[in-house]
Design a protein around this ligand. Sequence first.
Ligand code: MN
Length: 331
Amino acid sequence: MLAVFTDKLSSYLDEKEVAKIQRAYTYSEKCHSGQMRQSGDPYITHPLAVANILADMHMDHESLMAALLHDVIEDTGVTKGQISRRFGRTVADLVDGVSKLTEIEFETKAEQQAESFQKMTLAMSRDIRVVLVKLADRLHNMRTLGGLSPEKRRRVARETLDIYAPIAQRLGINDIRIEFEDLGFAAMYPLRHRRLREAMKAARKNRKEIVTEIHQAIELRLQHESFDAVVKGREKHLWSIYQKMRSKKKSFRDIMDVFAFRLVVENVDDCYRTLGMMHNIFKPVPGEFKDYIAIPKANGYQSLHTVLVGMHGVLIEVQIRTREMEKMANY
Ligand code: MN
Protein backbone atom coordinates (compact mmCIF):
# COMPACT_ATOMS: atom_id res chain seq x y z
CA MET A 1 0.00 0.00 0.00
CA LEU A 2 1.26 3.50 -0.77
CA ALA A 3 2.98 5.31 2.08
CA VAL A 4 1.00 8.51 1.48
CA PHE A 5 -2.22 6.57 1.92
CA THR A 6 -1.00 4.78 5.06
CA ASP A 7 0.07 8.10 6.56
CA LYS A 8 -3.33 9.57 5.85
CA LEU A 9 -4.99 6.62 7.61
CA SER A 10 -2.67 6.78 10.62
CA SER A 11 -3.62 10.41 11.13
CA TYR A 12 -7.10 9.43 12.36
CA LEU A 13 -7.34 5.63 12.71
CA ASP A 14 -5.60 3.34 15.18
CA GLU A 15 -2.92 0.83 14.28
CA LYS A 16 -5.21 -2.21 14.32
CA GLU A 17 -7.65 -0.57 11.95
CA VAL A 18 -4.89 0.47 9.57
CA ALA A 19 -3.61 -3.13 9.58
CA LYS A 20 -7.08 -4.41 8.63
CA ILE A 21 -7.26 -1.96 5.73
CA GLN A 22 -3.81 -3.12 4.65
CA ARG A 23 -5.08 -6.72 4.58
CA ALA A 24 -8.08 -5.73 2.48
CA TYR A 25 -5.74 -3.94 0.08
CA THR A 26 -3.43 -6.95 -0.31
CA TYR A 27 -6.39 -9.25 -0.91
CA SER A 28 -8.02 -6.92 -3.44
CA GLU A 29 -4.75 -6.48 -5.29
CA LYS A 30 -4.42 -10.26 -5.57
CA CYS A 31 -8.03 -10.69 -6.77
CA HIS A 32 -7.71 -7.98 -9.43
CA SER A 33 -4.23 -8.99 -10.52
CA GLY A 34 -3.87 -8.99 -14.31
CA GLN A 35 -6.97 -6.77 -14.74
CA MET A 36 -6.57 -3.33 -16.27
CA ARG A 37 -8.63 -0.18 -16.33
CA GLN A 38 -9.61 1.39 -19.67
CA SER A 39 -6.75 3.82 -19.10
CA GLY A 40 -4.27 0.93 -19.06
CA ASP A 41 -3.52 1.31 -15.34
CA PRO A 42 -3.59 -1.79 -13.14
CA TYR A 43 -7.13 -2.24 -11.81
CA ILE A 44 -6.15 -1.89 -8.15
CA THR A 45 -5.48 1.83 -8.71
CA HIS A 46 -9.25 2.31 -8.90
CA PRO A 47 -10.34 0.80 -5.54
CA LEU A 48 -7.32 2.48 -3.97
CA ALA A 49 -8.41 5.88 -5.32
CA VAL A 50 -11.94 5.27 -4.03
CA ALA A 51 -10.58 4.45 -0.57
CA ASN A 52 -8.47 7.62 -0.74
CA ILE A 53 -11.51 9.80 -1.38
CA LEU A 54 -13.22 8.27 1.66
CA ALA A 55 -10.10 8.65 3.79
CA ASP A 56 -10.15 12.37 2.99
CA MET A 57 -13.64 12.42 4.47
CA HIS A 58 -12.30 10.57 7.53
CA MET A 59 -14.59 7.59 7.00
CA ASP A 60 -14.20 4.58 9.32
CA HIS A 61 -12.01 1.55 8.61
CA GLU A 62 -14.89 -0.69 7.52
CA SER A 63 -15.93 1.77 4.81
CA LEU A 64 -12.34 1.90 3.58
CA MET A 65 -12.06 -1.88 3.51
CA ALA A 66 -15.34 -2.03 1.59
CA ALA A 67 -14.00 0.60 -0.81
CA LEU A 68 -10.89 -1.47 -1.51
CA LEU A 69 -13.02 -4.59 -2.06
CA HIS A 70 -15.99 -2.93 -3.77
CA ASP A 71 -15.47 -4.45 -7.24
CA VAL A 72 -14.23 -7.83 -6.07
CA ILE A 73 -17.62 -9.64 -6.12
CA GLU A 74 -18.61 -8.15 -9.44
CA ASP A 75 -15.35 -8.42 -11.34
CA THR A 76 -13.45 -11.35 -9.89
CA GLY A 77 -16.04 -13.94 -8.92
CA VAL A 78 -15.24 -13.85 -5.21
CA THR A 79 -18.39 -14.55 -3.18
CA LYS A 80 -19.93 -12.57 -0.37
CA GLY A 81 -19.35 -15.56 1.91
CA GLN A 82 -15.63 -15.51 1.19
CA ILE A 83 -15.39 -11.83 2.05
CA SER A 84 -17.43 -12.39 5.17
CA ARG A 85 -15.11 -15.17 6.41
CA ARG A 86 -12.01 -13.09 5.76
CA PHE A 87 -13.12 -9.61 6.75
CA GLY A 88 -16.28 -10.05 8.75
CA ARG A 89 -19.97 -9.72 8.14
CA THR A 90 -20.19 -5.92 8.14
CA VAL A 91 -17.58 -5.42 5.44
CA ALA A 92 -19.17 -8.21 3.36
CA ASP A 93 -22.59 -6.54 3.67
CA LEU A 94 -21.13 -3.22 2.56
CA VAL A 95 -19.39 -4.72 -0.49
CA ASP A 96 -22.53 -6.65 -1.39
CA GLY A 97 -24.62 -3.49 -0.99
CA VAL A 98 -22.37 -1.52 -3.33
CA SER A 99 -22.48 -4.34 -5.93
CA LYS A 100 -26.29 -4.39 -5.77
CA LEU A 101 -26.49 -0.64 -6.36
CA THR A 102 -24.48 -1.20 -9.53
CA GLU A 103 -26.94 -3.84 -10.73
CA ILE A 104 -29.84 -1.42 -10.48
CA GLU A 105 -28.00 1.01 -12.70
CA PHE A 106 -28.39 -1.24 -15.69
CA GLU A 107 -32.16 -1.34 -15.34
CA THR A 108 -32.62 2.42 -15.27
CA LYS A 109 -32.37 3.60 -18.81
CA ALA A 110 -34.76 6.51 -18.82
CA GLU A 111 -34.00 9.78 -17.15
CA GLN A 112 -37.55 9.94 -15.80
CA GLN A 113 -36.73 7.02 -13.59
CA ALA A 114 -33.99 8.99 -11.93
CA GLU A 115 -36.19 10.32 -9.16
CA SER A 116 -37.50 6.89 -8.19
CA PHE A 117 -34.02 5.45 -8.36
CA GLN A 118 -32.83 8.08 -5.93
CA LYS A 119 -35.48 7.21 -3.41
CA MET A 120 -34.83 3.55 -3.86
CA THR A 121 -31.14 4.00 -3.37
CA LEU A 122 -31.51 5.78 -0.11
CA ALA A 123 -34.20 3.48 1.16
CA MET A 124 -32.47 0.32 0.00
CA SER A 125 -29.22 0.91 1.70
CA ARG A 126 -29.86 0.31 5.34
CA ASP A 127 -26.29 1.37 5.86
CA ILE A 128 -25.56 4.88 4.58
CA ARG A 129 -21.91 3.89 4.13
CA VAL A 130 -22.94 1.84 1.08
CA VAL A 131 -24.07 5.02 -0.62
CA LEU A 132 -20.91 6.87 0.38
CA VAL A 133 -18.67 4.17 -1.08
CA LYS A 134 -20.80 4.23 -4.23
CA LEU A 135 -20.48 8.02 -4.50
CA ALA A 136 -16.70 7.82 -4.13
CA ASP A 137 -16.64 5.03 -6.74
CA ARG A 138 -18.59 7.22 -9.14
CA LEU A 139 -16.41 10.22 -8.40
CA HIS A 140 -13.26 8.37 -9.37
CA ASN A 141 -14.95 7.01 -12.49
CA MET A 142 -15.96 10.56 -13.43
CA ARG A 143 -12.41 11.79 -12.89
CA THR A 144 -11.15 9.12 -15.26
CA LEU A 145 -13.82 9.28 -17.97
CA GLY A 146 -11.19 9.97 -20.62
CA GLY A 147 -10.64 6.29 -21.37
CA LEU A 148 -14.26 5.68 -22.42
CA SER A 149 -15.96 6.06 -25.79
CA PRO A 150 -17.80 9.39 -26.27
CA GLU A 151 -21.14 7.61 -26.13
CA LYS A 152 -20.42 5.80 -22.90
CA ARG A 153 -18.91 8.96 -21.46
CA ARG A 154 -22.15 10.85 -22.08
CA ARG A 155 -24.29 8.09 -20.60
CA VAL A 156 -22.23 8.00 -17.40
CA ALA A 157 -22.23 11.81 -17.21
CA ARG A 158 -26.02 12.02 -17.66
CA GLU A 159 -26.54 9.47 -14.92
CA THR A 160 -24.15 11.36 -12.65
CA LEU A 161 -26.05 14.62 -13.15
CA ASP A 162 -29.47 12.99 -12.80
CA ILE A 163 -28.82 10.63 -9.96
CA TYR A 164 -25.52 10.96 -8.15
CA ALA A 165 -25.27 14.75 -7.87
CA PRO A 166 -28.75 15.01 -6.29
CA ILE A 167 -27.90 12.22 -3.85
CA ALA A 168 -24.69 14.01 -2.83
CA GLN A 169 -26.73 17.18 -2.40
CA ARG A 170 -29.35 15.43 -0.31
CA LEU A 171 -26.64 14.05 1.92
CA GLY A 172 -25.13 17.53 2.20
CA ILE A 173 -21.75 16.61 0.68
CA ASN A 174 -21.27 19.78 -1.26
CA ASP A 175 -17.70 19.32 -2.50
CA ILE A 176 -18.59 16.06 -4.19
CA ARG A 177 -21.83 17.41 -5.63
CA ILE A 178 -20.01 20.33 -7.25
CA GLU A 179 -17.36 18.05 -8.70
CA PHE A 180 -20.04 15.70 -10.07
CA GLU A 181 -21.79 18.63 -11.71
CA ASP A 182 -18.74 20.18 -13.30
CA LEU A 183 -17.29 16.89 -14.52
CA GLY A 184 -20.74 15.84 -15.75
CA PHE A 185 -21.24 19.14 -17.53
CA ALA A 186 -17.84 18.89 -19.24
CA ALA A 187 -18.57 15.35 -20.44
CA MET A 188 -22.17 15.99 -21.55
CA TYR A 189 -21.63 19.30 -23.31
CA PRO A 190 -17.89 19.67 -23.96
CA LEU A 191 -18.31 22.69 -26.25
CA ARG A 192 -20.66 24.64 -24.03
CA HIS A 193 -18.48 23.84 -21.05
CA ARG A 194 -15.39 25.15 -22.78
CA ARG A 195 -17.12 28.32 -24.01
CA LEU A 196 -18.56 29.07 -20.61
CA ARG A 197 -15.20 28.48 -18.96
CA GLU A 198 -13.56 30.92 -21.33
CA ALA A 199 -16.28 33.53 -20.84
CA MET A 200 -15.84 33.11 -17.13
CA LYS A 201 -12.11 33.70 -17.39
CA ALA A 202 -12.64 36.90 -19.36
CA ALA A 203 -15.33 38.15 -16.99
CA ARG A 204 -13.14 37.51 -13.97
CA LYS A 205 -10.79 40.33 -14.99
CA ASN A 206 -13.57 42.92 -15.16
CA ARG A 207 -15.12 41.72 -11.96
CA LYS A 208 -11.98 41.90 -9.92
CA GLU A 209 -12.20 45.63 -9.20
CA ILE A 210 -15.82 45.49 -8.08
CA VAL A 211 -15.16 42.45 -5.93
CA THR A 212 -12.32 44.25 -4.16
CA GLU A 213 -14.44 47.33 -3.67
CA ILE A 214 -17.31 45.40 -2.05
CA HIS A 215 -14.90 43.31 -0.03
CA GLN A 216 -13.26 46.41 1.40
CA ALA A 217 -16.57 48.07 2.24
CA ILE A 218 -17.66 44.99 4.18
CA GLU A 219 -14.33 44.57 5.99
CA LEU A 220 -14.18 48.22 6.90
CA ARG A 221 -17.57 48.05 8.51
CA LEU A 222 -16.73 44.89 10.42
CA GLN A 223 -13.49 46.43 11.66
CA HIS A 224 -15.31 49.55 12.67
CA GLU A 225 -17.53 47.44 14.94
CA SER A 226 -14.36 45.52 15.95
CA PHE A 227 -16.00 42.40 14.70
CA ASP A 228 -14.14 39.21 13.90
CA ALA A 229 -15.36 37.65 10.68
CA VAL A 230 -13.84 35.97 7.66
CA VAL A 231 -15.06 37.51 4.41
CA LYS A 232 -14.79 35.37 1.30
CA GLY A 233 -15.74 36.15 -2.27
CA ARG A 234 -17.55 33.21 -3.84
CA GLU A 235 -17.58 32.24 -7.47
CA LYS A 236 -20.41 30.17 -8.86
CA HIS A 237 -19.35 26.94 -10.51
CA LEU A 238 -19.93 26.46 -14.21
CA TRP A 239 -22.80 24.00 -13.99
CA SER A 240 -24.86 26.23 -11.72
CA ILE A 241 -24.28 29.21 -14.04
CA TYR A 242 -25.35 27.10 -16.99
CA GLN A 243 -28.48 25.91 -15.16
CA LYS A 244 -29.38 29.48 -14.22
CA MET A 245 -29.00 30.64 -17.80
CA ARG A 246 -31.29 27.89 -18.98
CA SER A 247 -33.95 27.71 -16.29
CA LYS A 248 -34.26 31.42 -15.55
CA LYS A 249 -33.53 32.47 -19.13
CA LYS A 250 -30.84 34.81 -17.94
CA SER A 251 -27.90 35.98 -19.97
CA PHE A 252 -24.34 35.35 -18.94
CA ARG A 253 -24.04 39.08 -18.25
CA ASP A 254 -27.03 39.08 -15.92
CA ILE A 255 -25.48 36.31 -13.88
CA MET A 256 -22.08 37.95 -13.88
CA ASP A 257 -23.61 41.11 -12.48
CA VAL A 258 -24.28 39.28 -9.24
CA PHE A 259 -21.48 39.17 -6.70
CA ALA A 260 -21.50 36.51 -4.05
CA PHE A 261 -19.87 36.74 -0.64
CA ARG A 262 -19.75 34.56 2.41
CA LEU A 263 -19.17 35.78 5.94
CA VAL A 264 -18.06 33.25 8.52
CA VAL A 265 -18.45 34.29 12.13
CA GLU A 266 -18.08 32.78 15.59
CA ASN A 267 -21.62 32.09 16.78
CA VAL A 268 -25.30 32.35 15.87
CA ASP A 269 -25.69 35.62 17.67
CA ASP A 270 -22.93 37.12 15.52
CA CYS A 271 -24.74 35.90 12.38
CA TYR A 272 -27.75 38.08 13.07
CA ARG A 273 -25.62 41.04 14.17
CA THR A 274 -23.56 40.79 10.98
CA LEU A 275 -26.75 40.65 8.95
CA GLY A 276 -27.86 43.90 10.57
CA MET A 277 -24.56 45.55 9.63
CA MET A 278 -24.84 44.36 6.03
CA HIS A 279 -28.37 45.72 5.69
CA ASN A 280 -27.01 48.92 7.07
CA ILE A 281 -24.21 49.42 4.52
CA PHE A 282 -26.12 48.19 1.46
CA LYS A 283 -29.85 48.28 0.81
CA PRO A 284 -31.41 44.80 0.95
CA VAL A 285 -33.62 43.56 -1.90
CA PRO A 286 -37.12 42.91 -0.51
CA GLY A 287 -38.21 39.28 -0.42
CA GLU A 288 -34.71 37.86 -0.80
CA PHE A 289 -33.86 37.37 2.87
CA LYS A 290 -33.91 33.74 4.04
CA ASP A 291 -33.26 32.45 7.52
CA TYR A 292 -31.95 28.91 7.21
CA ILE A 293 -30.59 29.12 10.72
CA ALA A 294 -33.99 29.25 12.38
CA ILE A 295 -35.41 26.93 9.72
CA PRO A 296 -32.61 24.70 8.34
CA LYS A 297 -32.95 23.01 4.95
CA ALA A 298 -33.94 19.33 4.89
CA ASN A 299 -30.31 18.19 4.59
CA GLY A 300 -29.37 20.20 7.69
CA TYR A 301 -27.94 23.19 5.81
CA GLN A 302 -27.86 26.38 7.88
CA SER A 303 -27.06 29.97 6.90
CA LEU A 304 -28.59 33.41 6.57
CA HIS A 305 -29.08 34.48 2.95
CA THR A 306 -29.68 37.99 1.78
CA VAL A 307 -29.31 40.02 -1.40
CA LEU A 308 -28.12 43.63 -1.35
CA VAL A 309 -27.84 46.39 -3.88
CA GLY A 310 -24.23 47.52 -4.02
CA MET A 311 -22.43 50.43 -5.62
CA HIS A 312 -23.18 50.92 -9.34
CA GLY A 313 -26.39 48.96 -8.78
CA VAL A 314 -24.76 45.52 -8.76
CA LEU A 315 -26.40 42.78 -6.75
CA ILE A 316 -24.54 41.26 -3.82
CA GLU A 317 -25.58 37.85 -2.54
CA VAL A 318 -24.48 37.35 1.03
CA GLN A 319 -24.41 34.14 3.06
CA ILE A 320 -23.70 34.43 6.76
CA ARG A 321 -22.91 31.40 8.88
CA THR A 322 -20.80 30.13 11.77
CA ARG A 323 -17.61 28.14 11.31
CA GLU A 324 -19.48 25.04 12.46
CA MET A 325 -22.17 25.53 9.80
CA GLU A 326 -19.47 26.09 7.20
CA LYS A 327 -17.96 22.69 7.98
CA MET A 328 -21.39 21.05 7.90
CA ALA A 329 -22.21 22.56 4.51
CA ASN A 330 -19.10 21.12 2.87
CA TYR A 331 -19.03 17.65 4.32
MN1 MN B 1 -15.71 0.64 -9.05
